[in-house]
Design a binder for this molecule. Structure first.
Ligand code: PGA
Length: 245
């Protein structure tokens, strides 16, 4: 299976940043059939990124979308047609930095509505879940949103992102990462038998950098990484993409 390496720029960047980023990738990113590279720019820079990716073997994704369930107008909204118009292939759903603001639209509904895109569905425990031994129950309840919406035609990848590891420089041990990925695959396969364990991809996110990327990417049950802060440094991101794994 391919390894996925994704850059989540969050609310960072500028036109100049995007131009320099893609020009660097153009010269330095090694093409590999064994890896899928995805970049999640802020919405406003997606079309520029699309123009600049040229022959780069790089996919593009949207970090979040405001869903308009009532089909009415929505100030500040984005539609699927706009994402498709910009040739975006992926969408992040349920990133912990957005989840808190999503009371109006349940994640299961959102997942269903995003079905035409490749979905990266984020789950992860916070510090208190971890301290109270509630990692698996928290993750299972988050996966239930996906399970409610799932159908066989969906293309979904799970991103395990412990909230306490995001942007903190802290990461779980490799053993903990592997174990959590294993229980995610097992749980999904139990609840959705048609979603075969071998086809369920789970990537890890939370303080991934060049220093730990190789050991994480080569850990058992890890199918990729979702990188925030370190992806803003195009040299570091490219070194991670070019790792021999
Ligand atoms: P980080 O962010 O790599 O800066 O910890 C990861 C994420 O939030 O997706």
């Amino acid at each position: 299976m391919k390894k996925i390496i994704a850059a989540n720029w969050k609310n960072n960047g500028s036109k100049d940043f995007v131009k320099k980023y893609f020009s660097y990738l153009d010269k330095n990113l090694e093409k590999s059939p064994h890896k899928e590279i995805i970049i999640f720019p802020p919405d406003i820079y997606c079309s520029l990124a699309e123009e600049l990716r040229k022959d780069n073997p790089v996919y593009l994704g949207c970090q979040n979308i405001n869903i308009n369930i009532n089909n009415s107008t929505l100030t500040g909204g984005t539609t699927f047609e706009m994402l498709e118009d910009n040739f975006l292939e992926y969408i992040l759903i349920g990133h912990s930095e957005n989840r808190a603001n999503e009371e109006k639209v349940s994640l299961s509904l959102k997942t269903k509505l995003c079905e035409t895109m490749k979905i990266i569905f984020c789950v992860g425990e916070d510090k208190s879940d971890r301290d109270n031994n509630l990692i698996s129950s928290k993750i299972y309840s988050q996966l239930d949103d996906l399970i409610e919406a799932y159908n066989d035609s969906m293309d979904v990848i799970i991103a395990y992102e412990p909230i306490w590891a995001i942007g903190t420089g802290l990461t779980p041990s490799l053993k903990d990462i592997s174990n959590t990925h294993k229980i995610i695959k097992k749980y999904l396969n139990q609840k959705l038998p048609s979603y075969k364990e071998k086809d369920i991809m789970v990537m890890y996110g939370g303080s991934v950098s060049f220093d730990n990327a190789k050991e994480i990417l080569t850990s058992q049950f890890v199918d990729g990484v979702l990188i925030g802060g370190a992806s803003l440094n195009v040299e570091e991101f490219t070194r991670i993409c070019n790792l021999q794994i």
